[in-house]
Design a protein around this ligand. Structure first.
Ligand SMILES: *Cc1c(COP(=O)(O)O)cnc(C)c1O
Length: 386
């Protein structure tokens, strides 16, 4: 089977892990954690970064760090991995689900500004959702497929309404927005994931990056049990969300190769695009003119009402030929836990998501393997046109 997207572990991972073991620093303190945080900050374009046990835990603690409270609403696109909505729910808040922009597959700046104008009211300097009476405290733009949302207008709207912005940039390392790195766009904090299917992995793990020392210090405090000093004093109900030195050892070896991995991902995406140019009824993954995609995943989207059936049929055909191809995120308003979350109308998300097909895109995918994928996809198009 040619896998969809598996880790490329062929650098210093083994050597760094052996160093970890022989040093006995395998747990939550150790030199690899600090080195990893420096590398993430550099790649994000920020002053600092704090590593965590997962992207989901990073997002949870980040929302609390910027002031999200129980019973708030937090704006988030419906088209995302469920971790974004879950992190919001874990704070006691509820996601307010938004349709996406067809150009970026994420938060639509025009819809954001229109909904806030029409659906909220201001009391004592705070913003309240008229229908539910809940306070709106933050926005979580998701960088779908690693591609930045159109952050300038989103941040302008956030400032107008006094809302915090925490980016779910889980797969965004290597992306650019108007030439700027993905953490340096003006959000309060930007989350990254180092889960096994991301471009660089720590086995599992996450981080936030930001430019405010105070916010990063508060975040670190929340993710390290809220400890004050060394005598078991704690000043807040906090979390044990730290990354271990073992995870960071793998993460450092991976981050050394970030540029190489992103270049490989882009090369793979470009070859697929070339291979499928001219096929009818499909559209490429988004490529907004303001952004440089890190091409986390490759694939395309069937357009039209029968996109879901076509995607399913093609995926089944590829699996028969030992090629792993998958669907994409099922949106939050179609998920049981979020069946009653407030939402906008969803014309874009509802037609888009079912048609998506993701194709093998591991950074060490060979040309021969990719040729096989392309030929097999073309074969299916020919046979299904009969
Ligand atoms: C991978 C991913 C996450 C979750 O990260 P974990 O490290 O697996 O907790 C969250 N949001 C998005 C968009 C992701 O792709």
């Amino acid at each position: 089977m040619i896998p969809l997207c598996v880790p490329n572990i062929s650098g210093n991972e083994g050597r760094y892990l052996a160093e970890c073991v022989s040093s006995t620093f395998v747990s939550t303190i150790g030199p690899f954690v600090s080195r990893f945080e420096t590398m993430v900050a550099e790649a994000a374009g920020t002053q600092g970064a704090v590593a965590t046990s997962a992207g989901t835990t990073a997002l949870h603690a980040a929302l609390i760090a910027v002031g999200v409270q129980r019973d708030d609403l937090v704006i988030c696109p419906a088209l995302t991995f469920i971790a974004s909505a879950n992190a919001i729910s874990h704070t006691g808040a509820t996601p307010w689900l938004f349709d996406v922009d067809p150009a970026s597959w994420t938060l639509d700046p025009a819809l954001l500004s229109r909904e806030l104008a029409e659906e909220t009211q201001r009391h004592d300097g705070q913003i309240f959702h008229a229908k539910t009476g809940r306070r709106v405290s933050a926005i979580v733009p998701v960088f779908t497929l690693g591609i930045p949302a159109d952050m300038d207008p989103i941040l302008a709207t956030a400032r107008e309404y006094g809302l915090k912005v925490v980016v779910d940039g889980a797969a965004a390392l290597g992306a650019l927005y108007k030439g700027r790195k993905s953490g340096a766009l003006g959000a309060d904090l930007t989350m990254y994931s180092f889960n096994g299917n991301k471009t660089t992995t720590a086995g599992g793990g996450g981080a936030v990056a930001g430019d405010s020392d105070a916010v990063l210090a508060h975040f670190r405090h929340l993710t390290t049990t809220g400890r004050v000093g060394t005598d078991y004093d704690h000043d807040v109900v906090a979390f044990n969300y730290r990354m271990t030195n073992l995870q960071a050892a793998v993460g450092c070896a991976q981050m050394e190769r970030l540029d190489e991995f992103v270049a490989a991902k882009r090369r793979i995406a470009a070859r697929y695009e070339e291979g499928f140019r001219g096929l009818n009824g499909i559209g490429p993954f988004p490529d907004p003119e303001y952004a440089t995609s890190p091409a986390w995943f490759s694939g395309f989207a069937f357009q039209g009402e029968d996109g879901g059936e076509k995607s399913r049929a093609l995926r089944a055909y590829l699996r028969e030929k030992s090629i792993d191809a998958r669907p994409f995120w099922k949106p939050m308003h179609d998920q049981k836990p979020y069946a009653s979350a407030p939402r906008t109308k969803m014309p874009v998300t509802d037609t888009l998501w079912r048609g998506v097909v993701t194709l093998p895109c591991s950074t060490h995918l060979t040309r021969a393997e990719q040729d096989k994928v392309i030929e097999t996809v073309l074969e299916w198009f020919e046979s299904s046109a009969l």
